[in-house]
Design a protein around this ligand. Sequence first.
Ligand code: ATP
Ligand code: MG
Length: 269
Amino acid sequence: MSADPTPGGGAAISIKGVGKEYTTDAGPVRALTPTDLEIKPREFVVLLGPSGCGKTTLLRMLGGLIMPTEGTITIGDRLLYPEGDDRPSGEALGSLGFVFQQSTLMPWRKVWKNIALPLEGKGVGRKERRRRAEELAETMGLTDFLEHLPRALSGGMQQRVAIARALIHRPSILLMDEPFGALDAMTRDRMNSMLQQLWMDTGKTTVLVTHSISEAVFLADRVVLLSQRPGRIQDVVEIDFPRPRSLDIVKSPLFGEIVQHLRSQLGEI
Ligand SMILES: Nc1ncnc2c1ncn2[C@@H]1O[C@H](COP(=O)(O)OP(=O)(O)OP(=O)(O)O)[C@@H](O)[C@H]1O
Ligand SMILES: [Mg+2]
């Protein structure tokens, strides 16, 4: 038998030797050491690590937002940064939805127009944009707020709008950078349950960045732990709890053990 002919080897995301060194006035800053990681279709991977270890850097490279200094990223069977090009592949970008660390909703646009924004200038008519925004608003529990401005929404609802916007072009991969970091603990728990359900219903390959160990263990199929800057993969932990996971699993001894293991790896004991 010949080797698998697809460049990504069947992975949804294939990361090979990907690293980043920023150029600054004070000299080069190495944010991420060359890193290898394969993410399977429909997998939920959480990147966990201390502040400044390069989580956002890695996620932004996966999202086509910053070029790696070295290495290759393959999305499905396409190179994200084709050799010799100074921009990412449009086809690969079409497979990616991105939710940012800070809210990036446009304050003067109604909720539905924020959700539909990525479709503008793509040849999708207003009626179809509205229809697709309504469809996603229903999934995200935002139907009653389509005509509101973002400031009329709670923080959790605003992040649901941001998730809907990331999904509007029907990507197969969802990349999320600390999407719930600014929310209170109770809202955050609710958002984690909502996200798990969304992931189970849609089967999107998901990569989520967080500082929170318990959020990581609750959500992930696999937790990828990054070391202090310059980040490198320090540990990979498979999380086998059956789904749907209830918020009560945090009380189980096994959950506690996994959290403790990750905490000691992070040097938080
Ligand atoms: N545009 C930039 N220019 C120079 N250095 C940068 C730039 N962006 C990030 N860095 C540096 O790279 C390192 C990694 O940053 P990054 O934002 O990826 O970390 P992070 O793990 O996401 O941190 P946090 O958990 O605080 O969000 C940090 O030391 C940061 O100062
Ligand atoms: Mg970050």
